[in-house]
Design a protein. Structure first.
Length: 137
């Protein structure tokens, strides 16, 4: 039987993502910040990609940015089989981080590199929201 549900977020695993999910439940988009350098990183990791240290915090970001790259996905990762095709992209946030995300409310032919994007919340499962992006028109 084909899976049609979306993955349920795990708060603790390879790295602790609880602050990310708690913020999302409040409608806030937060990403990791290296306490030593102040640089942002996404997705969450157990250590800073800049220093290798575990000195990390979380910072709310605006959800505004520009489209760096995208692909129309026909081969879904587990739990997304019922969604294909869907748009997967990199968005460069105005705060300086590049985030991997899904694009919603747009068509592939309407996308252009550098176009402005904004945060748009997508529901994964009951009461679990996930940050996606849409064109900022």
């Amino acid at each position: 039987m084909e899976k049609t549900h979306r993955p349920i977020p795990q708060a603790v695993g390879y790295t602790d993502t609880q602050p990310f999910w708690e913020a999302a439940a409040r409608g806030q988009f937060v990403i990791q910040r290296c306490d030593s350098t102040g640089r942002l990183q996404h997705p969450p990791r157990p250590t800073s990609v800049q220093t290798g240290l575990r000195a990390l915090g979380w910072q709310e970001v605006s959800g505004k940015g520009s489209l760096y790259s995208w692909t129309l996905t026909h081969s879904a990762w587990p739990g997304h089989e019922g969604r294909v095709p869907y748009l997967c992209a990199y968005v460069d946030l105005d705060e300086g981080a590049r985030v991997l995300c899904n694009l919603i409310h747009c068509q592939p032919d309407d996308l252009r590199m550098g176009m402005r994007m904004r945060l748009a919340w997508e529901q994964l499962v009951d009461n679990v929201m996930y940050p996606a992006f849409e064109p900022d028109t």
